[in-house]
Design a protein. Structure first.
Length: 178
């Protein structure tokens, strides 16, 4: 099962923010502007979400937190893997992409489009926030790698790039490859 990206439960930094007038700007990974901070467990489900620049996203915190999904991995053609994902609770009509997250030797995460090139790893949620897609990947998905669903708040496919994390690319759901 996919689970929401949350600093308390995953190693992926939270890339959505809530307003807090006392919050100072932060730079670096997970950085954000003044008056914004990552959501906490105590924030109301009705809190609107923002990107790192304070631009409104099309979601409330409660909806963001309750999204989930399932995945199946099957043998594909010529040694490839067919990855079938199904989601619910995504941003209605939102544009998403799937990336594999792995730790490199230097311990910084490396993101690779699930289809390797970024040509077939994007999909849209329907008006109710549901989505289903199948991606055939030539990648060997190592045990312990993570599959991450990124919401693109600019509605753009960034193909082999994530986009700008926290600004137009927001990791919403994550799953550890069994």
């Amino acid at each position: 099962m996919f689970q929401p990206v949350d600093a308390a439960t995953t190693s992926q930094p939270v890339q959505v923010f809530v307003h807090d007038n006392s919050a100072q700007a932060q730079s670096g990974d997970g950085g954000h502007g003044w008056g914004l901070r990552p959501p906490s467990i105590n924030d109301a489900d009705t809190a609107p979400l923002y990107n790192a620049r304070g631009e409104a996203l099309k979601s409330l915190l409660g909806s963001w937190r309750t999204a989930d999904g399932t995945v199946s991995f099957d043998a594909g053609p010529q040694g490839a893997t067919r990855v079938h994902v199904s989601f619910r609770g995504l941003v209605p009509n939102g544009r998403y992409s799937l990336f594999v997250r792995q730790l490199a030797v230097r311990m910084d995460p490396v993101f690779t489009p699930l289809d390797l090139l970024g040509a077939q790893n994007s999909f849209s949620a329907d008006p109710q926030g549901n989505a289903e897609t199948v991606v055939v990947t030539p990648l060997q998905l190592p045990r312990g790698a993570q599959l991450v669903a990124f919401y693109h708040s600019d509605g753009t496919d960034h193909q082999s790039s994530l986009g700008n994390p926290g600004v137009n690319a927001h990791a919403q759901l994550i799953l550890r490859v069994p």
